[in-house]
Design a protein around this ligand. Sequence first.
Ligand SMILES: Cc1cc2nc3c(=O)[nH]c(=O)nc-3n(C[C@H](O)[C@H](O)[C@H](O)COP(=O)(O)OP(=O)(O)OC[C@H]3O[C@@H](n4cnc5c(N)ncnc54)[C@H](O)[C@@H]3O)c2cc1C
Length: 443
Amino acid sequence: MTEYTQKRAAIKKQWPSAGGQVRLAKATVSNLFRYQPTSGSAQRVSLGQFNEVIAIDSAAQTLDVEGLATFETIVANTLPRGYLPPVTPELKHITIGGATVGIGIESTGFRHGFVHDALREAEVLLPGGDIVTCTAENEHADLFHALPNSYGTLGYILRARLALLPARPFVHLRIECFDTPRGYLDAMEQATTRPNIDFVEGLFFEDRRFFLMTGRFTDEVPQVDDILRDHVFYELVQARRDIYLATADYIFRYDPEWFWNIPNTPLYDLFRRHAPRRFRNSGFYTRYAAWKNRLREHMPARPPLMTEPLIQDWEVPWEKAGELVEFCLREVELDGRPWAAVPICTPRQPMLYPLAANQLYFNLGCYCQVPKAVGREPYHYSKIMDRKCFELGGIKMLYSSTFLDPAEFDARFNGAAYRVLKAKYDPRGKAPSLYEKVTVNTV
Ligand SMILES: Cc1cc2nc3c(=O)[nH]c(=O)nc-3n(C[C@H](O)[C@H](O)[C@H](O)COP(=O)(O)OP(=O)(O)OC[C@H]3O[C@@H](n4cnc5c(N)ncnc54)[C@H](O)[C@@H]3O)c2cc1C
């Protein structure tokens, strides 16, 4: 805590409370994915030093952690002691602060909600430079409840206290394959009611193969599958009925391939098998993809891009899941890559992400480049999926591009409550508004 206190005092002193807008800089990669180029002239201030675990209290089952600590760091500290955060995102470089303000999800969400549902306390550096501690009940409870989906526009989390849950060293996954959405969704819903299941998740393909993965923690396994070198996780799911993984490998199962974004070519296969470990993770791949894009921009005669990103997550009430699945299979071309699905049920309605508490939602995600829709406007698939999601009474995550106009954005993300909070915690507008941040892309 002493080291944290010193860092906190230092940043308070250095924080540019006067002048224009301030924007976060950090040492690790960002897991925002906005289609538009970054804009805005805000002054960058690094909080990259707030990247460590402070303390684990085994008796209280809580973790105190700095806001920019990655889940890789968190898991490396908690798992050897037999604990994990209840919802631990699948990419190693997602941070606790980013996942709290950006609605973090995982295959435990049917039981434990979102990442932020484990938050017990947060110390927040307000855009103007003051630091406040907020909990669900104290004088800053309004800020506490508004952190999820605020994307740093109400302040940056310097320290978080999270609940922890007991974990075991291995995960046994059972895979079932279905050929209709109805049978699949019924089995997925049923799995969420089984007390001996710890993880529920699905992958499905446009050839109408629907894979349901149910997992449980275990102390012993007959074998341990290697998804860093020997196997690609999402391929293994299609080939096996049982998969056995070390718990950390399960948690970060999509990290080595950045979901399914490493191409399946002989060259990349060599890379998979022989590249040093530090290159076999989403952080490296994110940087590599950014470098490739910059290089391409400098090419004098570059061929037109035939693909565009479809990197989005949507949530619809469970009873509308079938309709969303049929829609995406009918309308969107994924070129053989999977859709990802998890059931989610949150115990509290997030103020700025208004889905209902204690109601099961179907989260659908797509994380890849897709062939451009011929004769359509840019980002056609994102736009039609967003529209369908809203039509079904759902909501979309904002870590990626959004195309809503200000009035609709305001209505869908509780703009009225946001304005009150923004005026109270950022009266001088030192941080952009949520709408500015997610549509103009000021990071
Ligand atoms: C390909 C892809 C896959 C994804 N997969 C998952 C997944 O499996 N599970 C999941 O939960 N999420 C997933 N996400 C979403 C991801 O969790 C969010 O984008 C999250 O906000 C990223 O957080 P970060 O730590 O990487 O922070 P950044 O990307 O650096 O920042 C995200 C936003 O949060 C703000 N922010 C960052 N740190 C803080 C802080 N300490 N306090 C306040 N604000 C802060 C930043 O200003 C920024 O607006 C995925 C995103 C992508 C692009």
